[in-house]
Design a protein around this ligand. Structure first.
Ligand code: PLP
Length: 349
């Protein structure tokens, strides 16, 4: 979260002389919240240039609930969901879709290459026998990303999980039929999830057996207030979106993220001590994965980093090594400090 936003939250949290109610006490039916949620949607539409024929909804349940909601609302019983397996979160989505009774087909997987490359759509792919193709734009754990210039091509519907790089780099929403993102990586605090869905796709679905809370249309019809909304998370999201706009929008976030990740990759690539194993064209600009090649040594260095004030540098428990998460709110100074630390470790090794 941007420091300015935390400061605003702190200031406004108790500053409630008139209503005597903090943001965490107001009703989701209040005028004040109505204003906040309208503002958040409008700002997100502006930042991502979301066309009018797409619905925007704020939900709970995280990215993981979208792994079930998307198939329940958008996949038929007869056809398959196509999946490109580019890491842990695409595999999880594929498993969840099967568990809610849908058929899936993994078109390609780079698991055997430790997800250091991107999977590709096979040349004989026939989109018409699939409901949609599911991709994860940025593999948060493994560090490979489909950027706008290397998106998989399909003539059918495309769904993207953008949980870890929404607003970090530009995407053309019209290239997708649905997009979702849990809030806690690049948008704000945990507790709110954004879903952006082409309206015409929702219109002709058979939702027999799908409960009311799992139906997008119910949430859309009630402007994301079908049941009690996560008021605080949406309030904080609105502040973060205002901050992004104020900084210069996605264009400026992208410029900063290229600068931050570029500095770190440049250092890692010239180093004889560390390696960044993800193929260059597929490298994430938000999650930079690297290692010294010795998982035990990496662990010790990550602990030393904490002592030096650099937190959360250990890679995900499933892969080890290091992962520097350079989300929008992470300043360039932090990357400079990280590189200085890594250099010192390298010199002393
Ligand atoms: C974190 C993450 C998820 C899971 O999000 P939850 O909100 O914890 O359910 C899904 N997909 C991606 C790409 C993620 O980074």
């Amino acid at each position: 979260m941007p420091e300015e936003v935390i400061t605003t939250i702190k200031r406004e949290f108790e500053n409630n002389e008139r209503s005597h109610m903090s943001i965490i006490e107001i009703s989701h039916r209040s005028k004040k919240f109505q204003h906040i949620i309208t503002s958040a949607e409008q700002k997100l539409r502006q930042l991502m240039q979301i066309p009018d024929d797409y619905a925007v909804v704020f939900l709970q349940g995280g990215g993981s609930m979208q792994f079930e909601m998307m198939p329940l609302n958008l996949a038929t019983k007869q056809r398959n969901i196509a999946v490109l397996d580019s890491g842990n979160f695409s595999k999880k989505a594929e498993e969840a879709a099967r568990q809610v009774g849908k058929n899936t087909a993994i078109l390609d997987s780079t698991k055997d290459q430790h997800y250091q490359k991107l999977p590709v759509v096979p040349s004989n792919f026939n989109a018409s026998v699939f409901d949609y193709l599911h991709i994860v734009t940025n593999s948060t754990i493994e560090g490979a990303a489909f950027h706008q210039n290397n998106l998989p091509q399909t003539t059918g519907r495309l769904i993207a999980d953008m949980s870890s790089n929404i607003l970090a780099e530009p995407y053309n929403i019209s290239d997708f039929d649905a997009v979702f993102a849990g809030g806690q990586k690049n948008l704000g605090p945990a507790g709110v999830t954004v879903a952006i869905i082409k309206k015409d796709w929702l219109a002709d679905q058979d939702l027999t057996g799908v409960g009311p809370m799992m139906r997008y249309q119910n949430h859309i019809d009630k402007q994301s207030m079908y049941n009690t909304s996560p008021v605080f998370s949406i309030y904080a999201l609105d502040l973060v979106l205002a901050w992004v706009l104020d900084q210069g929008g996605v264009t400026e976030m992208y410029r900063r993220n290229l600068e931050k990740s570029g500095k770190l990759y440049a250092y890692l690539d010239q180093s004889n001590f560390y390696t960044a194993p993800v193929e260059k064209s597929a490298r994430s600009i938000t999650n930079i994965v690297f290692t010294t090649g010795d998982i035990q040594r990496d662990k010790v260095i990550a602990q030393q980093a904490e002592a030096a004030g650099l937190f959360n540098l250990a890679g995900h428990r499933s892969v080890g090594g290091f992962r520097a998460s350079l989300y929008n709110a992470q300043p360039t100074d932090a990357v400079d400090a990280l590189i200085a630390f890594l250099q010192k470790v390298e010199q002393n090794a």
